[in-house]
Each structure stands twice: as structure tokens, then as C-alpha cells.
Design a protein around this ligand. Structure first.
Ligand code: TPP
Ligand code: MG
Length: 675
């Protein structure tokens, strides 16, 4: 043993920890460790090290502090628990099983990482009601939790503490801390003084490549202190220190970070404290020896009755608090409204505001930028939809996303509905996810379309989770003009259209903008992007009977006679195509103009409708963006007019000319195509 310890000095520390006098909490934590070991062995894949290292912290947190009732994982005033280090998923599944959650029995644990098991490789929201958010991409969880903590404060400001008074707990790892998004999220949380947010940081000094010293020498406690958090370091295997730190967190007037020094894979006789326990099964021999060292003598997947009973009492610890809360809810004058927003049901009258706006647009036919039209939509929707909350990553005057009556959120004041996220697109996207999955609010956020690159991982998680998040993305093409190629999106439409579950809307005028907003508000099974122009666009339509964007694409202007060509465009290019149509019709060439504001919805229509819209005449696609993906609508003999490289800095009218996206060039392309 001395030899092994010389090679791996952590083993001496491990020996000291194993030799400590142990209490009941140790046995409870060992149940987590044993289940993690067994599930990973059985699956022949997974991450045993983190659950083994953080079992003591998780046991203290769940058995004394985390407010939940396993009988009702939907209880709105439960604390939220986020396993940011999602690779340690067995930690969460073990906790859910041990505390008696329906749908996470030992059979599910035995099917860890198998098809249709709720115990998936990484925690996935929707697989089990007690999985609050999907994690795995490091850093997302901690930033999502910031959104959850914001949602809690906003709802508490609206409904009062008797209905909304819960905490957000996060377990995060070295990788979470290294990721840039954790910096954005932690800075925002510190600024907003989210005192009910606590991060238990698994400070195990190990990541995949080995010792974190290879790449990481942050003083995390100092870092978080500088962000305005209360932070301290503890021994993550000492229940007394853990409990004291958790009590400290509950008392703190600031968000808290507890850096828990742990040993990854605690118990493994040779591999503990090394990256070898991070993401592979321990192996039969090491696994057996680990259990022996921990004092665990049960067969695989077996927790002794008395210990399971002890854990089950933890699972019902919150039952009394939940019953008391239900009584308070029953007598609360805002009960109906609270239940409505938590159920994600829109107010009965929300639609009237949209209808009135559409009528006004139809009557006045404004020539405005679609970002301005979006502002009008928000002016109508915000008063009509109290659960709608918004924000921008420091581009409010450009995104046009603020409505005066909203009031702004700031330190100590969460009665407002608008957040200044600062220049933190990635953190903003994840926070919006957290607000959405918390329940009770519908978040929209905003930035320039080009900076979706900075928030794409959060958009992707929302898409996987089917979270109801709306992204308002202005300055959508070379049409933004002088700011030049760094700010002009080219490949963004194509790349985001490639993402499953996402609805990418690019409205062509004010009326389409209202229709797209309507669809985004109504859509509760996934995120929507509303992609908007900086430049003014003429009104194309006045018909408001039917939401024509709902089918994703439609004929804006039919050909005067038999169609000889179909011009298919989106957003700002629809009116350019429409001008080309006028010129062509004057020449006796009969063309239709199709607007395709949402490809995903159009793709869902039946073949007959799509054929009727796209027609059998030659198709010409027009979009001031990359043509990647347009073959889908144009077929192999279609023509695409758009961008083939990056943009340039100039007034936008000059850019459209320089890149050949004009009525003339479209008309010329049609003539050429028709030979
Ligand atoms: C954004 C992102 N990059 C990379 C990975 C792959 N990955 C999974 S865990 C991990 C790091 C492991 O170190 P740590 O976070 O300290 O976890 P521990 O090994 O201590 O459990 C990496 C790079 C990931 N999940 N997410
Ligand atoms: Mg680590």
C-alpha cells in the first residue's frame, strides 16, 4: 500500500477519511456511491468518480436543506436542484431513487444509460419530473440555475413569499468553473445579489486530462468573492463542515459558493483521486475493493432496508411544508392567476391585444423595420401577458425590446419584468432557459442575430428540452449596413435552421412580425427565434383573417396568369422579390412571390400545400444570406440569389447592389432561367 500511496498521494488522504469515525450520514452517502459504482459497471460506461466524491455533500444537502417532497416533484415552491456537472448523473438518479421518487426505481437505475431509461447518460429534463433541467455541456447548469433563481425572485415579487419562497442549489465541477459561461452567470448572480442561490463546487482538482493544475490555477473562492458572492472552502467529506457551510449559505445575504475539497472516486483503492475514475467503470476488482474500503457489504443494487427507510424519510421530509403551502395557496387571493401561470396557460384575453395590433397594422400599412414592428408587438403583448418577461444583452435601444411599463429588474428589486443582462449572450441564453423551466414565466431575450454564435449552446439545450424561450434577434443581414462583416449574419439562418425543435422566424413586414410573435407566444413546446431587420420594409399585406405565417410559407402575390416562375424569399428580401415581380409582370412574365418566414412550419405542411405554394414553375430563392439549405425548396434546377461570402461595411442600399440582391438582378435571373 505504501508504494501505491507514494505514487498517488491522495490515497494517504483517502485513508485518513476512511478511518474517521463515521455517522449515519456516511452510510447514507455510501448508498449513493455503491449505486453509482454498480450502475456504471452494469452499463459498462458512465462517470462513477464524481458521485463517489460528492456523495457526502449531496447527502447533507438533500437530507437537511433541500426542500422537496418526493410525492410531488411538481410542487411549485420546491427548491430547485441543478446538477451542473451532468456527467455525474448517477448522483442525481441515486438521490431520486433513494428518496422514493416514482419513476426512478432500482429497475431504472439498473438500466442506466440504456434506451428509454429515465436514467440517461446525462440528466435530461422530461425524462423524469424531478430532473429540473438538462445538463452535460459544462457551465450550462450553473447559468441555467441563475435564471431559475431570478424567476423565483420575480414570482415572489409578484405573488408574495407565502407562495414563492424557495432556493436554488447547484452542484458544479472544475469544468463548470473553467467554462466562460460560468463567469458570465456568476457575475450576473453576484450583481443581482441572488442570495437564495448556492453552488456546491466539487473542488476535486481533477478533470479528464488529469490534475487541473495542468490548465487551471484560479482561486475560485476569491473569484466568486470578487463577483459579490459569499464564498468559503471546506472539506467536502466532513459532514460537520458541510452542514455548517450549508447553514451559512441559507443565512447569507449574497449568493454563496462553497468550494468542497473532495477526492474523486472516494473509496477506490488505487484509482481514487485520479482521472481514471472520471468517466469509466472502476472495473470489477477495483469496484469490489472500493465497496470493501467504504464498509459496504451489500450485493449490487441493494440498499439495506433500514438505510433505505432512512432515505425514504428524507424523501418525505418536505411533505409538511408542502401541505402547509397548499393551504396557503387555497386561501390566497391570487390563486387562480398563480395556477394559470404555473400551468403555462396563456390568459384568456391575450389574443385580443394581438388582434387589435394586426388591425392597426392592416389599416396603417406602416413602412418600418421589423425590429420596430416587434417593439409594437411587445407594446401590445406585455400588458396582455403578465408572464412575459424580457431582456437584452446590452442592446436594448437596438433590439427594441423594452416596454416602459415593464420596469427593470435590479439588485434587490425584482418587481420589474425587464432584465439588463449585460454583454453576456451565453449567460443570458442559459438564464432564459432557467426562467422558462422554472415555470410561471415566458422569457424573451435579445441580441444581434450574429451573436447567436455566442449563445448557441444555450439555444441548443432549450431545443433539446423543448423550453418555451423566445429569442429576439435584430440586425439580421447585410441590411444592417455600415457595421460591416463582423456584424452581418451570413450562415446563421442556415445553421439555426439545421437545429431540431427550433422555429426560426424571419418575418417580411410588420404584419408578418405580429403573426410570428403570436406563434412564438403560443408555441410552448420549444424555442422560437424571431429574426428581424434593422432597415425599414414596406407593408406587403393587409389581410388579417388568418395567421398566414402559421403554415410557415404562403403565396404573398400570385402570378397574374399561369405562373412562369416562383420567387421564394424571406424577411427583407420578400419586398425586393415583389419589386422584381412588378417589373417582370410589366414585361409579360408571370411570376408569383412566396414568403417563407418559418421553414420548420412549412416543412410540417402536407405535400399538396407545399406544392401549391412552391409551384411547378422554375423557382428562384432570394435571401441575403448563405444559400446552404435552399436546395430543399428550389430543387436541383432552382436559382439562388444571396450571399456567397461575408458582407462589407457600407450603407445597406449599396451593399444590396454590390452583392447583387436587387429587383433588377432577380428579374435578370428569371429571364435567364426562362431562356
Ligand atoms: C462544454 C463541455 N466541454 C467538454 C465536455 C466534456 N467533459 C465532460 S466532463 C469534463 C471535465 C471533467 O472535469 P470536471 O468537470 O472537474 O469533472 P470531474 O472529473 O471532477 O467529475 C469534460 C471536459 C463537456 N461535457 N462539456
Ligand atoms: Mg473535477
Amino acid at each position: 500500500m505504501a508504494d501505491v500511496e507514494a505514487k498517488n498521494p491522495v490515497l494517504a488522504q483517502q485513508a485518513e477519511i476512511l478511518a474517521r469515525p463515521h455517522t449515519e450520514a456516511w452510510d447514507m452517502a455510501n448508498a449513493i456511491r455503491a449505486l453509482a459504482i454498480d450502475a456504471v459497471e452494469q452499463a459498462k460506461s458512465g462517470h462513477p468518480g464524481m458521485p463517489m466524491g460528492m456523495a457526502d455533500v449531496a447527502t447533507a444537502l438533500w437530507s437537511r436543506f433541500h426542500k422537496f417532497d418526493a410525492a410531488d416533484p411538481h410542487w411549485p415552491d420546491r427548491d430547485r436542484f441543478v446538477l451542473s456537472a451532468g456527467h455525474g448523473s448517477m448522483l442525481l438518479y441515486a438521490l431520486l431513487y433513494l428518496t422514493g421518487h416514482d419513476g426512478m426505481g432500482v429497475e431504472e437505475i439498473k438500466r442506466f444509460r440504456q434506451l428509454h431509461s429515465p436514467a440517461a447518460g446525462h440528466p435530461e429534463r422530461g425524462e423524469h419530473p424531478a430532473i429540473e433541467t438538462t445538463t452535460g455541456p459544462l457551465g450550462q447548469g450553473i447559468a441555467t440555475a441563475v435564471g431559475m433563481a431570478v424567476a423565483e425572485r420575480m414570482l415572489a415579487a409578484r405573488f408574495g413569499r407565502s407562495l414563492v419562497d424557495h432556493r436554488t442549489w447547484v452542484i458544479a465541477s472544475d469544468g463548470d468553473m473553467m467554462e466562460g459561461i460560468s463567469h458570465e452567470a456568476a457575475a450576473l448572480a453576484g450583481h443581482l445579489c441572488l442570495s437564495k442561490l448556492t453552488v456546491m463546487y466539487d473542488n476535486n482538482h481533477i478533470s479528464i486530462d488529469g490534475d487541473t493544475a495542468l490548465s487551471y490555477s484560479d482561486d475560485v473562492v476569491k473569484r466568486f468573492t470578487a463577483y459579490g458572492w459569499a464564498a468559503k472552502a471546506i472539506d467536502g467529506h466532513d459532514p460537520q463542515q458541510i452542514n455548517a457551510a450549508l447553514s451559512f449559505a441559507v443565512r447569507s445575504k449574497k449568493p454563496t459558493l462553497i468550494a468542497c475539497r473532495t477526492i474523486i472516486g472516494l473509496g477506490a483503492p488505487t484509482k481514487a483521486g485520479t482521472a481514471a475514475t472520471h468517466g469509466s467503470p472502476l472495473g470489477g476488482e477495483e469496484a469490489a475493493a472500493a465497496k470493501l474500503a467504504l464498509g459496504w457489504r451489500e450485493p449490487p443494487f441493494t440498499v439495506p432496508d433500514a438505510l433505505l427507510e432512512r432515505w425514504r424519510t428524507v424523501g418525505s421530509r418536505g411533505a409538511g411544508a408542502r401541505r402547509a403551502w397548499l393551504k396557503r395557496l387555497a386561501h390566497n387571493s391570487m390563486r387562480a392567476e398563480f395556477e394559470r401561470v404555473m400551468a403555462g396557460k396563456l390568459p384568456d384575453t391575450w389574443h385580443e391585444a394581438v388582434a387589435a395590433l394586426k388591425q392597426e397594422i392592416a389599416d396603417t400599412r406602416p413602412k418600418i423595420a421589423t425590429r420596430q414592428a416587434s417593439q409594437k408587438c411587445l407594446d401590445a403583448l406585455v400588458p396582455a401577458t403578465p408572464e412575459l418577461v424580457g431582456g437584452s444583452a446590452d442592446l436594448t435601444p437596438s433590439n427594441l425590446t423594452f416596454v416602459k411599463t415593464m420596469g427593470t429588474v435590479n439588485t434587490g428589486n425584482f418587481s420589474g419584468r425587464y432584465m439588463h443582462f449585460g454583454v453576456r449572450e451565453h449567460g443570458m441564453g442559459a438564464a432564459a432557459n432557467g426562467i422558462a423551466v422554472h415555470g410561471g414565466l415566458i422569457p424573451y431575450d435579445a441580441t444581434f442575430f450574429v451573436f447567436t454564435d455566442y449563445m448557441r449552446p444555450a439555444i441548443r439545450i432549450a431545443a433539446i428540452m423543448r423550453a418555451h424561450v423566445i429569442h429576439v434577434l435584430t440586425h439580421d443581414s447585410i441590411g444592417l449596413g455600415e457595421d460591416g462583416p463582423t456584424h452581418q449574419p451570413i450562415e446563421h439562418l442556415a445553421s439555426l435552421r439545421a437545429m431540431p425543435h427550433l422555429h426560426v422566424f424571419r418575418p417580411a413586414d410588420a404584419l408578418e412580425t405580429a403573426e410570428c410573435w403570436e406563434l412564438a407566444i403560443r408555441r410552448s413546446d420549444g424555442p422560437s427565434l424571431i429574426v428581424l431587420s434593422r432597415q425599414a420594409l414596406p407593408a406587403l399585406r393587409s389581410d388579417i383573417g388568418e395567421n398566414r405565417c402559421a403554415r410557415g410559407g404562403y403565396v404573398v402575390r400570385e402570378a397574374d396568369g399561369r405562373r412562369q416562375a416562383t420567387l421564394i424569399a424571406t424577411g427583407s428580401e420578400v419586398s425586393i422579390a415583389d419589386e422584381a415581380r412588378t417589373a417582370l409582370e410589366a414585361d409579360g412574365i408571370q411570376v408569383a412571390v412566396v414568403s417563407l418566414p418559418c421553414w420548420e412550419l412549412f416543412a410540417q405542411q402536407d405535400e399538396a400545400y407545399r406544392m401549391q405554394v412552391l409551384g411547378s414553375a422554375p423557382r428562384i430563392g432570394v435571401e441575403a444570406a448563405s444559400g446552404f439549405g435552399w436546395e430543399r425548396w428550389l430543387g436541383t434546377d432552382g436559382v439562388f440569389i444571396g450571399m456567397t461570402g461575408f458582407g462589407a461595411s457600407a450603407p445597406y442600399q449599396d451593399l444590396y447592389k454590390a452583392f447583387g440582391i436587387t429587383p433588377d438582378s432577380i428579374a435578370a435571373a428569371v429571364r435567364k432561367r426562362l431562356g
